[in-house]
Design a protein around this ligand. Structure first.
Ligand code: FES
Length: 103
C-alpha cells in the first residue's frame, strides 16, 4: 500500500521525513539524490532507529540506543550489536509527490 510522504521538492538531498505508514513508521531519506525508505525499528532491540543521527554523504543511520550503523538504502547492518538487516521499502515519485510502498 502506498503512503504519501511529501512533495518531491520538499525532500532535497540530505533531508529525511518520518512517515506513519499503517502499523509501522518509516524514514524516507534523500541520499545523494536517491530516495530510500527504512523502517523506524532497529533490528537489534526493536528501538526507534530513524530518530538517530544520520550521515547524508555516506547514506548511513546510527541507532540512538546502542550505536549500530545501518546502510539506509539496503537496510544492511554495518556494525554490531545489530547484525540483521532492517526492512526497506520502494519509494517513487508520481505527479511530483513522493510515495512509499510498505505492502
Ligand atoms: S536497539 Fe539499535 S543497536 Fe540496539
Amino acid at each position: 500500500m502506498d503512503y504519501e510522504v511529501c512533495p518531491v521538492d520538499e525532500l532535497p538531498p540530505g533531508t529525511m521525513r518520518l512517515v506513519p505508514a499503517g502499523s509501522i513508521t518509516v524514514g524516507v531519506y534523500n541520499v545523494n539524490g536517491t530516495l530510500c525508505a527504512l523502517e523506524d525499528r532497529c533490528s537489534h532491540d526493536d528501538g526507534p532507529l530513524v530518530e538517530g543521527d544520520w550521515e547524508p554523504d555516506a547514506g548511513v543511520v546510527v541507532c540512538p540506543r546502542h550505536g549500530s550503523r545501518f546502510d539506509i538504502c539496503s537496510g544492511k547492518a554495518l556494525t554490531l550489536p545489530a547484525y540483521v538487516p532492517v526492512d526497506t521499502f520502494p519509494v517513487r515519485v508520481e505527479d511530483g509527490v513522493v510515495l512509499v510502498d510498505v505492502s
